[in-house]
Write a protein that binds this ligand. Structure first.
Ligand code: B12
Ligand code: SF4
Ligand code: SF4
Length: 351
């Protein structure tokens, strides 16, 4: 027997007080399409993200994430209104919008833990686990089941009137809460294929992304050299990519989306970096530039690799002697890592 509706109503009010743009409750169920997940992994579309493979049992059974879990309290922060970036000068590298303000893992987790503490005081026999991103949980599917939005062809959760610039978090609990209305069966796309057409690396097939082709994966997760055939498609992105979201009709700014607002913690500090600055970083400079930001996931040599690729793309479009000279110096610098030096040489051969 689920708990009375007013427990859920009170909980959702607390989520809103905690500043979440969206909140809902779903029954804690295994994925509806386990065969899709298995096939995605079997095809190697997760690349080096081996944690997805090694945690397959937990992805297929959320009870392995929290023993006896009956419900998932799902929340979302909105981090961007959809306004376009101002044009940037050649030699500038862009970062994805979710990483332009404070690190969402910390911003969301902190508030979820406070909610867990409140809930544990009111329900001492129940268990709670706060999750943001890193737990083996198909977050978008739980969020759709809790009515926070529906999954688009680019695989991201979209809420009508707000869009997909959302970051998700959950509380798994042994409480049997009354669920909110699911939106898991809604199709937000119809016949639209804009994200598939715009993805520069053809990483998207409807409702699936081959991570090994995705610029987000290549620039943030992949640690080795990036296939030269993909360099040009990476354009000026040096951390993540927003193209499939930029083109989505649900993310185009309207009076309603602008009114919906975003959480203050994600107010952008910058939209990217001058490539010469990144190429001159040492570890201390990287750390200083990345404080409290989700950017810290990329190691120094990965950031330099990404900046070199973006520099190569800039050099093909504009005459930038200082940038070219820097690339030549890096290619000859024995103190740089093999990854950085080799990327500089590859880029110069193509520029
Ligand atoms: C691994 C990962 C990635 C990988 C792989 C992306 C992917 N699409 O899976 C990479 C590094 C590429 C990536 C990139 C990004 N990510 Co990411 N990522 C994750 C992570 C950690 C796990 C995702 C996962 O399990 N993938 C495995 C695949 C197989 O899962 P799936 O696509 O959901 O597969 C299911 C569906 O395909 C479904 N399905 C199959 N057929 C059909 C048919 C229909 C009709 C429907 C509806 C569903 C459906 O069934 C499958 C099996 O259950 C989640 C956090 C989490 N724990 O969930 C964040 C997460 C998905 N990422 C997020 C973000 C913000 C991004 C980026 C936008 C960041 C950026 N700007 O660079 C990009 C977007 C790229 C994109 N288009 O996906 C957010 C998304 C928020 C949202 N609005 O949905 C999440 C939820 C993190 C968070 N806590 O907020 N990410
Ligand atoms: S994030 Fe960029 S590369 Fe990845 S699927 Fe979207 S458009 Fe393609
Ligand atoms: S761009 Fe079109 S197809 Fe892609 S997610 Fe948005 S609505 Fe769906």
């Amino acid at each position: 027997m689920p708990m009375p509706d007013d427990v859920t109503t009170d909980l959702l009010a607390r989520c809103r007080e905690a500043g979440f743009a969206l909140a809902g409750v779903a029954p804690c169920l295994p994925p509806a399409r386990p065969e899709v997940l298995r096939a995605w992994l079997a095809a190697g579309h997760h690349g080096e993200m081996s944690y997805l493979d090694t945690n397959l049992d937990a992805l297929l059974d959320p009870n392995r994430v929290l023993d006896g879990a009956r419900s998932v309290i799902c929340v979302a922060d909105r981090y961007h209104t959809g306004l376009r970036d101002r044009p940037t000068p050649p030699g500038f590298g862009r970062i994805a919008r979710y990483a332009r303000g404070d690190d969402y893992h910390r911003v969301i987790k902190r508030r979820l833990i406070a909610l867990c503490d409140d809930l544990a005081a009111a329900h001492p026999d129940a268990s709670f686990r706060a999750c943001v991103d890193t737990a083996p949980l198909l977050e978008r599917e739980h969020a759709a089941r809790a009515g926070l939005g529906a999954i688009g062809k680019h695989t991201l959760l979209i809420e009508r009137g707000i869009g997909s610039y959302l970051l998700l978090g959950e509380i798994l609990t042994t409480l049997d809460l009354a669920p909110t209305t699911s939106s898991a069966d809604a199709n937000p796309c119809g016949r639209c294929t804009r994200c598939l057409d715009a993805c520069p690396t053809d990483a998207i097939t409807p409702f699936a992304v081959d991570a090994t082709k995705c610029i987000s994966y290549l620039t943030i997760e992949h640690r080795g050299p990036i296939d030269a055939a993909l360099h040009e498609a990476i354009g000026d992105w040096i951390f993540g990519c927003d193209i499939c979201q930029e083109v989505c009709p649900h993310n185009q700014p309207t009076r309603r989306t602008r009114r919906a607002g975003t959480h203050a913690a994600y107010a952008p500090r910058r939209s990217g970096f001058d490539l010469l600055e990144v190429l001159g970083w040492d570890e201390d400079a990287r750390r200083a530039a990345f404080t409290t930001s989700a950017l810290k996931r990329a190691k120094l040599d990965m950031m330099k690799r990404n900046a070199l690729i973006a520099a190569g793309n800039a050099l093909r479009r504009a005459d930038l002697p200082a940038l070219r000279a820097r690339l030549e110096a890096i290619a000859a610098d024995e103190s740089e890592s093999d990854l950085v030096r080799e990327t500089a040489r590859t880029v110069l051969r193509m520029a």
